[in-house]
Design a protein around this ligand. Structure first.
Ligand code: MN
Length: 135
């Protein structure tokens, strides 16, 4: 399992992502705005950050730019979650420092798999071995 920070201003989207990730055994951290998300990232050092692009105040692009300027944080996988994945936006999203994006509306059956693409295999849900099998 992984520790995943979600930066998202929409409560319904936040609730759905938290529910799905926790259902698969992942730990979630939540921030409703970009500034709070940056602070949580620095304090808690998540394995992966999911970030909405459209937020009041600091948008997701700015969150990405700032994260990539912080030496201890720039290696963390950063994934945009956006309804605005139109032609051309893909390049802008990647140029901002995101490793990729997941499109809204969130697909409840696919979401966790879409997230785990950006996690190493040992951080996937259900990857921890029963203790009697560990050498
Ligand atoms: Mn939003």
């Amino acid at each position: 399992m992984a520790r995943i920070l979600i930066i998202e201003d929409n409560p319904a989207n936040m609730q759905l992502m938290v529910y799905l990730l926790r259902a698969f055994g992942h730990e979630t951290l939540e921030a409703q705005a970009g500034q709070a998300g940056l602070a949580t990232a620095q304090n808690d050092l998540p394995d992966l950050i999911l970030c909405d692009l459209q937020m009041p105040g600091m948008d997701g692009y700015e969150v990405a730019r700032r994260l990539k300027l912080i030496p201890g944080l720039k290696a963390i996988s950063l994934v945009a979650v956006t309804a605005y994945a139109m032609v051309g936006d893909r390049d802008r999203i990647l140029a901002a420092g995101f490793d990729g994006y997941i499109s809204k509306p969130i697909n409840a059956e696919q979401f966790v798999k879409q997230v785990e693409i950006f996690l190493p295999p040992d951080k996937h849900a259900g990857s921890s071995k029963p203790s009697n099998l560990q050498s």
